[in-house]
Ligand binder design. Structure first.
Ligand SMILES: Cc1cc2nc3c(=O)[nH]c(=O)nc-3n(C[C@H](O)[C@H](O)[C@H](O)COP(=O)(O)OP(=O)(O)OC[C@H]3O[C@@H](n4cnc5c(N)ncnc54)[C@H](O)[C@@H]3O)c2cc1C
Ligand code: SF4
Length: 327
């Protein structure tokens, strides 16, 4: 690992002052579960790490009945928090499924939402791919069984954050601070496709920090997350879905359906949302929505199997949110 300086920021102001405008030179360090691995593999080679674990980690109620969650909260604390579990089961379920208890005890919400892609070519210093400033995407003609089934590239990663998926389904906003002050963006607008930002995955500038996730009051929305992974694996899901269904009795008034591990960003399935609106919740409705969700998928050479898995994840997330037993 390359030698680096370390700044222990006590608050947002100190953290921002210690970051800089050049990509990759100064990086925020939260739990380190992702960043330290990237540094050991020489994929990230920062000159300075800025500890952001002292930033806000509280889960506070907002005046409108939602929650404002500090980015430094651990995934374990998030998964166990009574209000998060009661109001936003889709988020609590996704946090509870991440990795292992050790990873959840150390990993933070901010680190999870900003973790870098798992593409094995990206993670291997021997492959100078497009995302690292090289000339080609090695996944196109290579080992792409865990890569994207949606999106036109030129990079075919799947976004690795399981928590970004329910954040979008639940209509979250992200608070960002930087040298020019603070701003808020919707979780959906935070993540960008590779044709817009090839070297990063978000709208965050190198000298900005994600400090809070703000969730609107759920109202009558029922939410759930369903992940499909290798049996007994603590690895990332092969595909997942989070849904938020605004209900009037057994009828779905409106829905948000988002798929994970299928595209370079969490992938909103607007066709599925249209298929659900105004329908009574049932297995047939959920199947029709899942059909619509995977319509237009463009698998690569080795990942056609993911289309069926994504279909299953969407269908089961809808049934789970509706309280219908998943068989
Ligand atoms: C075996 C294994 C299985 C895993 N399974 C899953 C899974 O199923 N689903 C899933 O989602 N994740 C999974 N993870 C990833 C894990 O959840 C993340 O690595 C972890 O959440 C990162 O959090 P951290 O606090 O350690 O972040 P760090 O490693 O400290 O940081 C990660 C990145 O975010 C940046 N960053 C950190 N905080 C901020 C901030 N506040 N603002 C802006 N940028 C910031 C850092 O600079 C770095 O680039 C797994 C990891 C392992 C090792
Ligand atoms: S998918 Fe993206 S990160 Fe992976 S090899 Fe292709 S360009 Fe690189």
């Amino acid at each position: 690992m390359k030698a680096f300086a370390y700044v222990n920021a006590a608050n947002e102001k100190e953290a921002i002052a210690a970051l800089g405008p050049e990509r990759g030179r100064m990086l925020p360090l939260a739990g380190g579960m992702d960043l330290l691995a990237l540094m050991k593999d020489y994929v990230a080679q920062p000159e300075r790490l800025v500890n952001v674990k002292n930033l806000d980690r509280t889960v506070a109620k907002t005046p409108d009945g939602g929650l404002r969650i500090g980015a430094a909260v651990t995934l374990a604390a998030l998964a166990q928090h009574a209000d998060v579990r009661r109001l936003y089961p889709a988020l609590a379920e996704a946090a509870a499924e991440v990795g292992t208890p050790q990873i959840r005890n150390v990993g933070t919400l901010g680190g999870n939402l900003n973790q870098r892609p798992r593409c094995w070519y990206f993670r291997n210093e021997e492959f100078p791919c497009l995302k690292k400033g090289g000339a080609r995407c090695f996944a196109v003609d290579g080992e792409n069984q865990f890569h994207a089934i949606f999106g036109d590239g030129p990079c075919h990663i799947v976004h690795p954050s399981s928590l970004a998926v329910p954040a979008i389904a639940l209509g979250a906003r992200f608070r960002i601070v930087g040298p020019a002050g603070e701003r808020e963006v919707t979780a959906a607008d935070y993540y960008v496709m590779p044709d817009r930002n090839l070297y990063g995955e978000t709208v965050l500038a190198p000298n900005e920090l994600l400090t809070h996730v703000i969730l609107p009051a759920p109202g009558t929305a029922k939410s759930a997350t369903y992940e499909v992974r290798f049996k007994q694996s603590h690895d990332w899901p092969l595909a997942m879905a989070s849904v938020a269904l605004v209900m009037n009795g057994q009828t779905i008034t409106s829905a948000r359906v988002v798929m994970g591990a299928v595209a370079p960003v969490p992938w909103r399935a607007e066709g599925a949302e249209a298929a659900l609106a105004g329908k009574r919740i049932s297995e047939a409705t959920a199947t029709a929505a899942a059909d619509a969700a995977v319509k237009g998928a463009k698998p690569m050479t080795q990942n056609g199997y993911k289309v069926q898995i994504a279909h299953t994840a969407v269908k089961r997330a809808i049934l789970k949110a509706g309280g219908i037993a998943v068989v």
